[in-house]
Write a protein that binds this ligand. Structure first.
Ligand code: SF4
Length: 354
């Protein structure tokens, strides 16, 4: 059935009338940015609260992983390559951007294959590629690993901090009982398939909707979620069929499984979660940065007062943080959620406070 935006909003109000307060979590940075950009929370009835979860790849990269990245980037003869947002994430040891300003070889790339070219052009240097993100970016890192192995490039390695969503979402929903529904990550679902999130309704008895990235998509998904909450009839529904299938993207998954296998991973705010990341299969392990460097073990640390961990668990919204908009802004981020445009604090700041 076709609806207009105003019909969707009216429908949400009608369905939510008289219901107890409900909290719906989105776990995709692009959804977070879209929700704030279009002021969607202000269009909803007072008894519906939207919270962000661990959907921003920059934000969920653990403090200790950032510290290890900085350790490698400081070494002589190293060119450290990463995506732009990662350069600006602060930690106790500084930031990659600060090293860049000091003249260290920290280079911004827009594709893992840029790192391959840098390695070929600089045979006397050890090039490190910082692999960050979810199932959407992991196949690209797998493609890099295949290319490096096929071309026998000796001077490129991967600092793999990739994470996978389902196990983290399961743990989060099991621990945070205040959540009533889930807006599933559309990009991740396009790779792994919507069925990967069916555990949310089947095992945890919460409604889940895979949604696209227009304001209309999100409102339509919220309408469906509220309807399922009202009827106490949780299902996993794919409302993004133009990009998401039940099984996902077979080429991306095949590449991923050829090169990598499930492993435990450390998440900022969530700790170490079983099978929520990937590691290289044995024949690709020579590419792991941990085999080329003796990496120190850093303890997690956070700036005093920073609530990024609570925000990533859906327990708080950015305005609860004493730093928000004062000592922490996109130009001077104190925590990672203010760095990336997909971070909850950055999205709140940009569309509400700027
Ligand atoms: S406002 Fe800054 S310090 Fe506070 S939670 Fe957000 S990123 Fe962390």
């Amino acid at each position: 059935m076709n609806h207009s935006v105003s019909e969707l909003i009216q429908g949400i109000h009608r369905l939510a009338r008289g219901l107890p307060p409900m909290t719906i979590m989105e776990v995709c940075g692009t959804h977070t940015a879209c929700i704030q950009k279009h002021g969607i929370p202000s269009l909803l009835p007072d008894n519906i609260t939207l919270v962000s979860g661990p959907g921003c790849p920059v934000c969920v990269t653990a403090e200790e992983e950032i510290a290890q990245a900085i350790f490698m980037a400081r070494q002589q003869g190293v060119i450290f390559t990463c995506f732009g947002d990662m350069m600006r994430v602060p930690c106790q040891q500084g930031s990659l951007y600060a090293l860049y300003e000091q003249g260290k070889e920290v280079r911004l790339v827009t594709s893992p294959m840029d790192a391959l070219k840098i390695a070929i052009d600089n045979p006397s240097k050890q090039v490190v590629y910082f692999g960050v993100g979810f199932e959407t970016t992991t196949p690209h890192t797998a493609a890099l690993a295949e290319a490096v192995a096929a071309q026998s490039i000796p001077n490129l390695c991967v600092f793999n901090t990739h994470k996978t969503m389902p196990a983290a979402i399961r743990q989060l929903l099991q621990k945070n009982h205040a959540l009533d529904g889930l807006l599933c990550p559309g990009h991740v679902a396009s790779v792994i398939g919507w069925e990967a999130f069916s555990f949310v309704s089947q095992d945890l008895h919460l409604p889940a909707v895979v949604a696209g990235f227009e304001a209309f998509d999100i409102l339509a998904a919220l309408l469906r979620l509220v309807d399922m909450v009202k009827k106490q009839s949780p299902h996993c529904v794919n409302m993004y069929p133009r990009a998401v299938s039940k099984e996902g993207n077979p080429q991306a998954l095949c590449l991923l499984h050829q090169v990598m296998e499930p492993a435990d991973a450390a998440w900022r705010g969530l700790g170490i979660i079983q099978n929520s990341g990937v590691r290289f299969q044995q024949e690709y392990q020579f590419l792991d940065a941990g085999h080329r460097f003796t990496l120190p073990v850093f303890s997690p640390s956070k700036p005093k007062g920073c609530m990024c961990a609570n925000i990533l668990r859906g327990e708080k919204t950015p305005k609860a943080c004493v730093h928000f908009g004062k000592t922490c802004t996109p130009d001077h981020p104190v925590g990672p959620c203010m760095v990336s445009s997909e971070g909850s604090c950055a999205a709140f700041y940009r569309y509400k406070e700027a």
